[in-house]
Design a protein around this ligand. Sequence first.
Ligand SMILES: Cc1cc2nc3c(=O)[nH]c(=O)nc-3n(C[C@H](O)[C@H](O)[C@H](O)COP(=O)(O)OP(=O)(O)OC[C@H]3O[C@@H](n4cnc5c(N)ncnc54)[C@H](O)[C@@H]3O)c2cc1C
Length: 379
Amino acid sequence: MTTTPYWLGGKTELPIPGSRRQGEPDVTIIGAGVTGLSCALTLARVGMAVRVLDTRGVAAGASGRNGGFALRGGTPAYDEAVASLGREHAQGLWRLTETAFARMLELGGDAFRQVGSIRLAASDDELEAIEREYEALTADGFVVERVARLEPPLDGLYAGAIHHPGDAGFNPAVWMERLAAHVVGAGAEIVVGTVNPEALPDGTVVIAVDAHTSTLLPELADVVQPARGQMLATEPLPTDRYGIPHYARDGYDYWQQLPDGTLLVGGCRDHAFAAEATAGDDVTSTVQSGIEALIASLVDEMPTITHRWSGAWGETLDRLPLCGPVPGRGGVWVAGGYSGHGNVLGFACGELIGKALLGDVRRELRLFDPRRPTLTAGP
Ligand SMILES: Cc1cc2nc3c(=O)[nH]c(=O)nc-3n(C[C@H](O)[C@H](O)[C@H](O)COP(=O)(O)OP(=O)(O)OC[C@H]3O[C@@H](n4cnc5c(N)ncnc54)[C@H](O)[C@@H]3O)c2cc1C
């Protein structure tokens, strides 16, 4: 049994592709996850000197430890985003992630399986909620489908479902390895090093550490808080039932089956909210046994569990990230706090900061303004 993520094959990070040392960088990026590498690629491609610093290496954080779901949008469902942000901004957010995901596909190729995702309703209330999301997406021209009939055993467990055809399952290790190769190929350097809050690098700095945001920016301790997600992998199952990523209970349960039959299942954080409010990457029996019970409900015979692991992300009160200049700190930018939904949004935010540093300030940045009032008061 190993507690390293299934994806990383027994390691805690991916090796850094050989990058040549440069002189002093134009921009230093802290964090070699999807956000930091996306920002680095945007800048390096146009000739900026970029240094990415990470305590451990590539994909050591949530980017190498997540469930492998590439979902458009943000953590709030589309109808909730319309209610809290207004229709125009919600549309802008969804389009931003659709465009970002198209670029991820170009860069990551077959690391992604664009099979869509399935949002299941575990109760009649959740069935009404997914119907509201379906109606709101359809009204605004986004593609979404009702699932006419659930197959066993889901038909006995869930009240209904919708399918988001544009979403994907992906292999985080393959994706991050390819993204890092693009970054180095564009001329950026990636180096191992821990940045201390008292000594941020000089010059322009981008902090892209999601769950660890408040370690480097203590003034944001009440704004971005760590949350842990735990996962399990099983031996390959004999039947292929869950090739499309599935999630239920507002994302508190999620699972997907890989082409070789391996089942990956995560969630149950709501079994122990207080204990899971941490950036630690160990596992607990309370949450792991919740996930095991979920697996037992999904398969005919309990398979052998081969991996148990966890990772952490940053949560905000309004469940949208911070992406922009840090108030009161000239030259320091932050992107993080994706509230568990950073695989595509993190890539998008890394690009938004990279473009802004090149003078192309996109309007979507306003949605993620680190000074917005909903970060402290809620939506
Ligand atoms: C179990 C789990 C399931 C998830 N499921 C989904 C999902 O279904 N869909 C989705 O969209 N998102 C999901 N996420 C969230 C998503 O993985 C993250 O939001 C995203 O990967 C964040 O990327 P990042 O680059 O911002 O941060 P990270 O990938 O966390 O990278 C941050 C990096 O910063 C480095 N670092 C930290 N502090 C320092 C320091 N002081 N100095 C130098 N380096 C430092 C770390 O080593 C790390 O490599 C999940 C996350 C987890 C853990």
